[in-house]
Design a protein around this ligand. Structure first.
Ligand code: C5P
Length: 414
C-alpha cells in the first residue's frame, strides 16, 4: 500500500467543535483523493465552525449530526457508521470531546459512534496551549492511549487565539499519513523486532531494590508502532504501570539479568533490536533472603556490574554484513551528543537515540508523554520533539532504509 492510498477503505471522521474544524475538510479531501471513502459525524458544536454541507460535498454522503432527526438519518446512524469504519478518526479532538470520549459518554453523533466502533481509532487533538497542558486533558488522553487509541499531533506554533505553543491541530497531510499507516502501511511486515523497555529492579532484599524512574513509555510506543507497521514484536519489559501494547508479545522481567536472558532467548533471527530499557548498570552483589534490619551506623552496599545487553549484541553482531539493526538509547544529564557518539561506537550500534534527562520542569524525558531526542548515527544528527508515539514513528522511519539495505526483503510488501 502506498503512503496515502486509502483504496477500499472507509474512514469515519468525527469532527469536534474547534476552530481547527475547517482543517478537517482538507483531511477528508486527502482521504477521498487517496481513493478512500469518508463518512462524517459532527458534534453540534462542530457545526458552528463548518457547515455539514461542506463535509457532505467533500465526502459525497450525508453527515451525521442529530441523533434524533429521523428524517435526515435513521436513529441508528451511528451504529451504521461504526460498522462501516476501517478507521475512526477524530479531528479536531477538543478538550471537551477528549473528556467525553474518555468517560465513554454517548451524547452526540461523534461519541456514540466512538462507543460502537471496533476498528483502530486515531485522534488529532487541537486546543489552546494552556488547555493542552492542563493535567485533566493529559490524563484523559493518556487513558485513551492506554485503551489502544492512537494520537497524531498536536503541533506547535501560533494558535488561533494568538498564543504560541503546542496545541495546533497536526497538519492535514500529517493526519492523513498517520491514518494511512494505521490502515496498514505494513513497511515492517515480515520483520522480527525485539524491544526492551522500562527500568530494571535489582533487589537488595525482598522489599528493597535499586532502580530508576523510567516509565517504559518510549519503549512501549516503539513496540506498538513497530507492531502496527507489520512487525512481529517481542517486548521485554521491566516493571511498569503500562498495559501490554496491542499486537506484541510482552515478556515481563524484573532484573537486568532476567532481561538479558529473555533477550537472548528471542534474539535469534531478529531483524531489529531497540534497547529502550533503562537497565540498571549495577546490582547488589548479594541479595538478602530476608528484610535487612537497620543497624546503628552506616552501611555499605557492594555492587556488581550487570550484563550490558546492547553491548553484548553489538559484540556478537556489530559490523557483520547482515547484522540486525541495533538501536540504543542514551539518557544523559550533560554532554548528550558527545556521550551518544561514544555509545554508538562503544556498543557498536547503528543508531543512538539521545535525550537529556534530569532537568527540572522540562516536561519531557522520564515518565512524560513527550520526548525531545537526537538521533545520532555515524553519518547523521537529527532532532525530533513531540509525543512519544510520534518520536517512535520517526525512529522507525529512520531505521527502515537501513534495515531494507542491510537485509533486503525476501517477500514484497503486502
Ligand atoms: O551505557 P548506558 O547504560 O547509558 O547505555 C544505554 C543503552 O544501553 C540503552 O539502549 C540501554 O537499553 C542499553 N543497556 C543495556 N544493558 C545494560 C545497560 C544499558 O542494554 N546493562
Amino acid at each position: 500500500m502506498r503512503r496515502m492510498d486509502f483504496a477500499n477503505r472507509t474512514v469515519v471522521l468525527g469532527v469536534g467543535g474547534g476552530i481547527a474544524a475547517y482543517k478537517a475538510c482538507e483531511v477528508a479531501r486527502l482521504i477521498v483523493k487517496g481513493r478512500g471513502k469518508v463518512r462524517v459525524a459532527m458534534t453540534p458544536a462542530a457545526t458552528k465552525f463548518v457547515g455539514p454541507l461542506t463535509f457532505q460535498a467533500i465526502s459525497g454522503a450525508p453527515v451525521l449530526v442529530d441523533l434524533f432527526d429521523g428524517q435526515a438519518e435513521p436513529s441508528y446512524g451511528h451504529l451504521q457508521l461504526a460498522r462501516e469504519a476501517d478507521l475512526f478518526l477524530v479531528a479536531p479532538a477538543t478538550a471537551d470531546l477528549i473528556a467525553r470520549l474518555r468517560a465513554g459518554m454517548g451524547n452526540d453523533a461523534v461519541t456514540t459512534t466512538a462507543l460502537a466502533v471496533t476498528c483502530p481509532v486515531l485522534i488529532a487533538p487541537a486546543m489552546n496551549t494552556r488547555m493542552w497542558k492542563n493535567p485533566a486533558v493529559q490524563e484523559n488522553l493518556a487513558a485513551l492511549i492506554v485503551r489502544g487509541w492512537n494520537v497524531v499531533g498536536p503541533g506547535a506554533g501560533v494558535l488561533a487565539d494568538g498564543d504560541v505553543g503546542e496545541g495546533r491541530l497536526a497538519e492535514p497531510n500529517e493526519i492523513a499519513t498517520a491514518a494511512s499507516r494505521l490502515l496498514g502501511n505494513l513497511d515492517l511486515s515480515g520483520r522480527r523486532v525485539v524491544v526492551t523497555a522500562g527500568p530494571t529492579r535489582e533487589p537488595i532484599d525482598p522489599v528493597r531494590f535499586i532502580s530508576n524512574p523510567s516509565s517504559g513509555k518510549m519503549g512501549y510506543a516503539l513496540a506498538a508502532v513497530a507492531a502496527r507497521r507489520g512487525a512481529e514484536v517481542v517486548l521485554v519489559s521491566g516493571p511498569t504501570a503500562l498495559a501490554d501494547p496491542a499486537g506484541c508479545r510482552t515478556i515481563r522481567v524484573e532484573t537486568a539479568e532476567e532481561m538479558a536472558r529473555a533477550v537472548e532467548e528471542v534474539a535469534g533471527g531478529m531483524d531489529l533490536f531497540i534497547g529502550a530499557a533503562a537497565v540498571s548498570d549495577y546490582r547488589p552483589t548479594t541479595s538478602a533472603p530476608h528484610k535487612v534490619k537497620k543497624g546503628a551506623g552506616d552501611e555499605t552496599l557492594q555492587l556488581t556490574r550487570t550484563p550490558d545487553i546492547l553491548a553484548g549484541l553489538g559484540t556478537r553482531f556489530g559490523g557483520k554484513p547482515d547484522a540486525p539493526v541495533l538501536v540504543g538509547f542514551a539518557a544523559e544529564t550533560e554532554e548528550v551528543i558527545a556521550h551518544a557518539r561514544e555509545k554508538l561506537k562503544g556498543k557498536r550500534c547503528d543508531l543512538v537515540v539521545a535525550n537529556k534527562v534530569g532537568g527540572s520542569g522540562s516536561g519531557v524525558g522520564f515518565g512524560s508523554d513527550s520526548n525531545r531526542v537526537a538521533l545520532v548515527s555515524s553519518t547523521e544528527l537529527a532532532e525530533i520533539e513531540g509525543p512519544k508515539e510520534r518520536v517512535a514513528e520517526a525512529i522507525v522511519d529512520w531505521i527502515l532504509p537501513v534495515l531494507d539495505a542491510r537485509r533486503p526483503r525476501a517477500q514484497p510488501l503486502k
